[in-house]
Ligand binder design. Structure first.
Ligand code: COA
Length: 164
């Protein structure tokens, strides 16, 4: 692991309901179209207060504010030892400082504590999300399946998996 990946000024903690606005800005700065679905998922976790049944979010904080987010949720088909990692977004100004590495390491440590045997995540477009693919492959995820034309014609749904 590079020295960039161990930044002592980054704090990883569980999200709080009032983190929503800065987190929406982080998602917006990466992909404005995804803000409504991020907000829906975030509210579901925080309003429902059924943790961890409806999932969980983690945030990365530096001294001047929130700089990253990720989440995880149980498997929609009810596999009890399968969890899905979601919403990994880093503020553009703070990329390549090891923040996603810290967030995902914490998320996977928490998932092991919940009895997770294998986790999955999805990547929408392999070309435009080359950074995400590089990040996930370095973390040990492998492309295990592709649902063709899932989001729209020509827009596939790529599923990456990793045994914990
Ligand atoms: C992908 C993303 C989460 C990475 O966050 P990050 O904090 O910059 O990642 P890290 O600094 O922890 O990177 C760890 C390693 O991943 C790889 N990596 C990260 N970004 C990369 C890039 N743009 N190109 C190639 N490799 C990359 C590198 O191996 C890197 O190690 P290094 O910096 O020592 O070379 C971030 O670029 C992002 O928010 N992208 C937009 C949203 C997105 O695509 N989310 C994932 C949806 S599945």
């Amino acid at each position: 692991m590079s020295s960039k990946a161990v930044n002592p000024v980054i704090c990883i903690r569980s999200s709080a309901p009032d983190d929503i606005e800065p987190l929406k800005m982080i998602v917006r700065d990466n992909d404005p179209h995804l803000v409504p679905s991020f907000e829906r998922d975030y509210q579901l976790v925080h309003v429902a207060e059924r943790l961890p049944a409806s999932g969980h979010f983690l945030v990365a904080k530096m001294e001047h504010g929130l700089v990253g987010v990720t989440g995880y949720r149980p498997d929609a088909w009810g596999a009890r030892d399968i969890w899905w990692l979601t919403w990994l977004y880093i503020s553009p100004k703070f990329k390549r400082r090891g923040i996603a590495t810290r967030l995902f390491a914490t998320a996977q440590q928490e998932l092991r504590g919940l009895g997770c045997r294998k986790c999955y995540l999805d990547v929408g477009d392999l070309e435009s999300q080359r950074a995400a693919v590089a990040f996930h492959e370095r973390d040990g995820f492998r492309l295990e399946g592709t649902l063709l034309d899932f989001w729209a014609s020509g827009m596939h749904h790529h599923i990456f998996g990793k045994l914990l």
